[in-house]
Write a protein that binds this ligand. Structure first.
Ligand SMILES: Nc1nc2c(c(=O)[nH]1)N[C@H]1C(S)=C(S)[C@@H](COP(=O)(O)OP(=O)(O)OC[C@H]3O[C@@H](n4cnc5c(=O)[nH]c(N)nc54)[C@H](O)[C@@H]3O)O[C@H]1N2
Ligand SMILES: Nc1nc2c(c(=O)[nH]1)N[C@H]1C(S)=C(S)[C@@H](COP(=O)(O)OP(=O)(O)OC[C@H]3O[C@@H](n4cnc5c(=O)[nH]c(N)nc54)[C@H](O)[C@@H]3O)O[C@H]1N2
Ligand code: SF4
Ligand SMILES: [Mo]
Length: 730
């Protein structure tokens, strides 16, 4: 595997670059240096400092210690050893955070679009001008189209709650999060089975099946580190993935499953557990609902049938089911995270959940545990009521069982384009980049082109900012004062973190809490943001005496609580008050109450299925421009199996043209046996449109330009693995 050793070299390069990061800051990049240390004022201030913070290079928020030198420059980011959730780890992206802070590509001041959308001509504004302009536009849209005429979208962030608060007091319930491009179908499935979304106790699990997840590249703490520890202690890991990922490489066994057929595999596992009497009979009798209906339903799905669908031999399915049962209850089907893949993803994940229920692994060591609640308070407020608003959200009713709070990006985008059921003409985005993370980029452009006003708050000129009318610069996580936030991590901990500025905000960056507060003032809603961050945090921590002191002393507060047996004698939060193998709400809504297998659409002749996944050096669509991470992954390539490559006359390193029904991109090929013959793959975050991302601009290809926008029928979650592409040299 020549490619692997190349990566190893490049990793060494990274480590070297990481420790040299701060040196580069103070040597080159004149403008940045200027901003940090005004000429003649470079005298030592308080001496070297260590400051606690929490990483924000992805949603995990690993605890860190920033090493700040006597000039006030962050030299290095180290893991906070007291932060149990990440087991004292900071990944490559976490280390590279220092170069996000000092990136010359950062947005520096408010910018107003001058030319056509996406043309990249901007005028610098003062904050007052920018805020006056934005408030005027929002007011005008509210008056002309009702206040629901503004759509709000915020990514994962401790300050996203202020965008939501602003949307509510402004009067729009059209709020979407990035989650409908991520994990809502998984959440739907587990909520509708167990009544809540479980936290997997990976560390103590003896036998784990991971399907459609990649924990050694798509890092989730503590699961990624715990999985490694568990493997070292002798636990077994079975990976089902059409690609030979790093997780597959380190697993006990890997099965290159035919994409879209996981349900067949898990229904067959359930079949063996039931037919061979291997399920946890006492648990099923006491805690589940509908077993007498599940047992006959599952009879039609023996392993010999499943083998034809998923291309995993029946003998292996039988053996895996028996091994799983032998290790139960410290055995599990890992619930996974991103499930934005198929049109029936909720039902696929329901099959995962049902196998878990049959193993009786709920609320027990090594199984699915209950998130320990941390009693953080949400400071209350009484939002105004607007009489002229329409009855429902714009995306309402477009899927069978959507989450009211999250909505669906896919459906909301369609609704905006169609202008149905009512016009939406404003779009406010904060820390999310749908131009790179929403399948079918042309549609996102089309949506944006129907708008009267789009405002984006970001740290960089992302592709989404590139399309906006007004772009406002935000401070990075190392410059922000954030509210406190609770994090859950299986047997690791339930904890509280926060952020105080490690260094002063560079340039003219302003936090979104200040931005929405200023907009609110201009719109006569100032009272809803009339608080200081200190007061807000104090209110949040009202029920947690000791948390403030722990945050100061250790950079983290760990909340005590029971790990297992939390549900003893308690009803489940479902209609039957039990674990629903058979879901009565589904039955009423016309949804299959138990998963019914339907084969995936066949890959048309001459086509491949395009799947999405992750590199350990890239966060979704956004860190590819980071100078250190860019060195590790300077461009993306198309993974193509040698057999079809030979058939198509494609040699390693050739340029190829990849086309779907919605888009075409050109990139280099990586001919590799690490993907199935019928499946191709490329990393995300390349092929950007924004010239403000100077390193990555012009590199690789955009996967969202090619991905078609299907959705999970039940939750409205985006379905990104339903696209078929052709590949040719070119
Ligand atoms: N480095 C890094 N870490 C991250 C992130 C990141 O962007 N970068 N993002 C974070 C976020 S927000 C999330 S949601 C998680 C996501 O983490 P995961 O839930 O682990 O999701 P992916 O990495 O997308 O992994 C999906 C895998 O499914 C495989 N696959 C495709 N089709 C099928 C199929 O039909 N069946 C099966 N069994 N497998 C299939 C793909 O090849 C891919 O390897 O990662 C988190 N951690
Ligand atoms: N092509 C593709 N699409 C995907 C995925 C994928 O892997 N590939 N994954 C799916 C999943 S699992 C998820 S969770 C979603 C995530 O989708 P998004 O929420 O769009 O996630 P990111 O790509 O991380 O975008 C983060 C944006 O926030 C900006 N940003 C970073 N730090 C800050 C900050 O401190 N302040 C502000 N204001 N902005 C900041 C970045 O510049 C970037 O524009 O995407 C989904 N869609
Ligand atoms: S997993 Fe890596 S990028 Fe994500 S928060 Fe932790 S250190 Fe940061
Ligand atoms: Mo995600």
């Amino acid at each position: 595997m020549a490619k692997r050793s190349q990566r190893a070299v490049s990793r060494r390069g990274f480590l070297k670059a990481s420790t040299a990061a701060a040196a580069a800051v103070s040597l080159g990049r004149g403008k940045v240096l200027h901003a940090l240390v005004p000429a003649g004022k470079a005298t030592p201030r308080t001496g070297p400092k260590d400051v606690y913070s929490a990483c924000d290079m992805c949603f995990n928020k690993c605890g860190l210690i920033a090493r700040v030198d006597d000039l006030g420059v962050v030299r290095k980011l180290d893991p906070n050893p007291k932060f149990h959730k990440s087991r004292g780890m900071l990944c490559a992206r976490g280390n590279a955070g220092v170069r996000q802070l000092y990136d010359p590509d950062r947005l520096k001041y408010p910018l107003l679009r001058k030319g056509k959308r996406g043309e990249g001509r901007w005028q610098r504004l003062s904050w007052d001008q920018a805020l006056d302009y934005a408030a005027e536009k929002l007011q005008a849209i509210g008056e002309k189209y009702t206040r629901c005429g503004v759509l709000f979208m915020a990514g994962t962030d401790l300050q996203s709650q202020f965008v939501h608060r602003f949307a509510e007091v402004f009067g729009s319930y059209n709020v979407i999060s990035h989650e409908s491009n991520c994990l809502l179908s998984r959440n739907r499935a587990f909520l509708d089975t167990f009544g809540e979304v479980p936290v997997p106790d990976v560390l103590n699990c003896k036998y784990l099946i991971m399907a459609g997840a990649n924990r050694f590249e798509a890092l989730v703490t503590p699961d990624s580190i715990d999985l490694m520890t568990a493997l070292k202690k002798g636990s077994k890991l079975v990976v089902l993935d059409p690609r030979f990922t790093k997780t597959a490489a380190l697993a006990t066994e890997w099965h290159p499953i035919r994409p879209g057929t996981d349900m067949a595999f898990f229904l067959a596992v359930a079949h063996v557990l039931i037919e061979e009497g291997l399920y946890d009979k006492a648990f099923v009798a006491q805690k589940t609902f509908g077993f007498e209906r599940l047992a006959p339903h599952i009879r039609q799905y023996p392993p010999e049938w499943a083998e034809k669908e998923c291309e995993i031999p029946a003998a292996h399915i039988r053996r895996i089911a028996r091994e799983l049962a032998a290790a139960a209850p410290a055995a599990m089907v890992y619930p996974g995270r991103r499930s934005s893949d198929y049109e029936n993803s909720t039902q696929i994940r329901r099959a995962f959940a049902i196998v878990n229920a049959l193993l009786g692994n709920w609320d027990r060591p090594g199984g699915l545990t209950v998130a320990r609640k941390v009693p953080l308070k949400k400071p209350p407020y009484d939002a105004p009521f607007y009489e002229d608003n329409p009855d429902g959200r714009i995306d309402e009713g477009r899927s069978l069982m959507m989450f009211g709070e999250e909505g669906s990006f896919k459906h909301a985008r369609d609704a905006v384009i169609e202008g149905k059921p009512y016009p939406v003409k404003g779009f406010f985005t904060y820390k999310t980049n749908p131009m790179q993370t929403g399948a079918n980029r042309k549609k996102t452009v089309r949506m944006i082109e129907t708008l009267d006003f789009m405002l984006t708050v970001d740290i960089a000129m992302s592709d989404t900012a590139w399309m906006a009318d007004l772009v406002l610069p935000a401070p990075s996580y190392l410059e922000r004062r954030d509210p406190v936030s609770a994090l859950q991590g299986a047997s690791a901990c339930a904890c509280v973190i926060t952020r105080d500025p490690v260094v002063k905000p560079l340039f003219e960056a302003k936090p979104v809490v200040w931005i929405v507060g200023e907009l609110a003032k201009r719109l006569g809603l100032g009272e809803f943001f009339d608080f200081t961050m200190d007061a807000y945090r104090k209110a949040q921590l009202k029920k947690l005496p000791g948390a403030e002191a722990a945050l100061k002393k250790d950079g983290v507060y760990h909340h005590p609580g029971k790990l297992y047996g939390v549900y003893e004698g308690k009803p489940f939060k479902t209609l039957s008050k039990k674990i629903e193998l058979y879901n009565q709400r589904y039955e009423k809504a016309g949804i299959d109450p138990m998963p019914v297998y339907r084969p995936p659409k066949p890959v048309p002749d001459g086509h491949f299925r395009l799947v999405v996944g992750r590199s350990a050096y890239i966060t979704q669509g956004s860190t590819t421009n980071n100078v250190l991470l860019h060195e590790l992954v300077p461009e993306n390539t198309l993974w193509l199996h040698p057999k079809p490559a030979r058939r198509l006359g494609i040699r390693p390193g050739d340029w190829v043209v990849v086309s779907s029904n919605v888009g075409t991109q050109r990139l280099k090929v990586r001919v590799t046996e690490e993907t199935r013959e019928d499946t191709v793959y490329m990393d995300s975050g390349f092929g950007v449109l924004s010239k403000g991302l100077t390193r990555v601009f012009g590199k690789g290809a955009s996967i969202v330009e090619i991905l078609e926008d299907f959705n999970d029928e039940i939750s409205g979650n985006m379905a990104m693995h339903e696209t078929f592409v052709t590949v040719k040299r070119g």
